[in-house]
Design a protein. Sequence first.
Lengths: 158, 595
Amino acid sequence: MSAMKEEKSFSQGLIAFIEEWKDKPGNLIMILHKVQEEFGFVSRDSADTVAQMLDIPLATIYGVLSFYHFFKMTKPGEHNIQVCLGTACYLKGGETLIEELTGLLGIEIGAVTEDGKFSLEGVRCVGCCGLAPVMTVGGEVFGKVTKDQLPGIIAKFK
Amino acid sequence: MAFRNYILVCGGTACESSKANAIYEALVSECKAQGVADEVQIVKTGCFGFCEQGPIVKILPEDSFYVQVKPEDAKELVAEHIVKGREVKRLLYAKEGSRKHAKVEDIEFYQKQFRIVLRNCGFIDPENINEYIAREGYVALEKVLFEMTADDVIAELRTAGLRGRGGAGFPTWMKWNFTKQAESDQKYIVVNADEGDPGAYMDRSTLEGDPHSVLEAMAIAGKTVGANQGYIYIRAEYPLAIKRLEIAMAQAREYGLLGKDILGSGFDFDIEIRLGAGAFVCGEETALLASIEGKRGMPVPRPPFPAVKGLWGKPTVINNVETWANIPVIIIKGGDWFSRIGTADSHGTKVFALTGKIRNSGLVEVPMGTTLREIIYDIGGGIANDREFKAVQTGGPSGGVITKEFLDTPIDFGSLTKLGSMMGSGGMIVMDEDDCIVDVTKFYLNFTVDESCGKCSPCRIGGRSLANLLDKITKGKAELADLDQMVEIGEAMKKASLCALGQTAPNPILSTLHHFRDEYLAHVVDKRCPAGKCKSLISYHILPDKCIGCTACARKCPVAAISGERREVHVIDQAACIKCGVCYETCKFGAIEVR
């Protein structure tokens, strides 16, 4: 059974976390965060495993997963590029950064490059409005980004 | 003073991302290397608010304000300022165009500010409870535990006239009183830190810079209404704030300020963190509570209000971060003191996130009643790049725009609503003449459409229809009747939507239609975008008398739409042009025109 196989790949820490939260009310979102922290996304197999461990329907899990933007159901690239599309960044050219990046990487928003290196997302305000426009690569923040800097930033992670 | 100098390094997210951490490390190792480590205390504080100039380093007691500091500057700062006692002039803040090197008190950005909520941000190490305690921290809790009755606390809040800072401005004392009066075996305290409004980041900065102020306020509320469990619902996108909250909670427990039998009073109170997962609607209180319960964050009709029937059906006090951060100060200084700050309608201060086309972006806390002109021109330093002011957007996707003629209105909850906008959480986004009002409105509508939970049809279908109509306008395919239809749909959504998200979603349209009808008409009737933003409505042209034939534009054009020999006037093939604007940016002779 695939779910059982996956459970073996849940780390000891993750299993312990789920056990700890199992009986707390309102645990599902916290557990899904932990799963995503470990794998970078929540796969069908992971969702199956969580459903079994918590003894809740898989549909409940997918209901929550699909509702919240933060949860990913497909594997992101090795370096996930997030371009902030909060209002300040939008006014200062966040869209242009995305257009340029789709050209540079050859992928649309939400997709992963063929070699699995990069994925591209437009995200909600990251709260660094003073640095607009802002993008992050694998958590590292780049502020006041211009189109011309993009090839250099990407090259850093290649 | 135990130390000769104190070096404060901004450790807010914006500064951290521009290498504040590396600066801190560099300063620590330089102080060791230059043998002054014992004489200097280096502290990583919360946000200074002046994000435009970050990373910021402040050195006390001289009060020197160093801006845009780089890790490489650490050596010079220590050698010159600390060892030799000479300020490093080149790193001191100077107002654009002036030579005067300013101390904090001379900086206009800070002069009109009055800090209650941000009182400790940029002063204390948020990861050290002792520094909070040294600045009257947990004094208010002690007072509530031993000297005040629950009714005293509520009376104090009532005198203070504190209104919720999350957007709606509901009187805080009333919320607390409802929960206090509700009979139940279990009650809850909840902090709404799901700061989803794009362009607002005061809650994040408060939690990063002064987490204990919120924890203390929660315990005060717990004692007042009879709750012993609290939850902080915070965006997962704010890892630094989460980390500092966790550290603060652990330290407070260790000091007996959270947990069982707080300060020997017999009162138990503890707090758990719950993470949001990127759903704007969860800023709505009933949706937020559903999310804490682990469910899809969908709102339910009110009443019953959460104050009576909230988390897991129990009475729940739910307030926004900024509201919480005001509480300890009100308890210490009294409701009377607080009520004297601000206007008759709204007491106290408000924190605004001043962003967009402004010279000094940053977090600004001012007394209610300060005018927009003071905030934008005195504190914010005016519009960047000497462009013309067009409008300021307040209230985010639920708010509207305020134009030039209203810049002198003293702002509070009432005045903003009267102008057709709203306070919201305090995002203040400045737009200049290059911004297209229709385009920005479309941005907000696309946001609310994306974030609508889909539960009620006015919001789900109405929002989509509005976004489609705006799209039509920006593409030059709309007719005049479409403008009336937008108003009609918008008014219906306001009346029929289930929660504030749908009820306020049409506001950006209604407000901009009112103030900028001309600009809508230009799009609809003349098929023209005056700001030159809407791609379907503009075209790029080369001015024959200015083009010198340098070929720079032709070489940069990604679709080879520009032709012309060297030293001859170039021409853009309109059919091939994708309107990316590269030629416009490339031309050094101003020979390219947007029509």
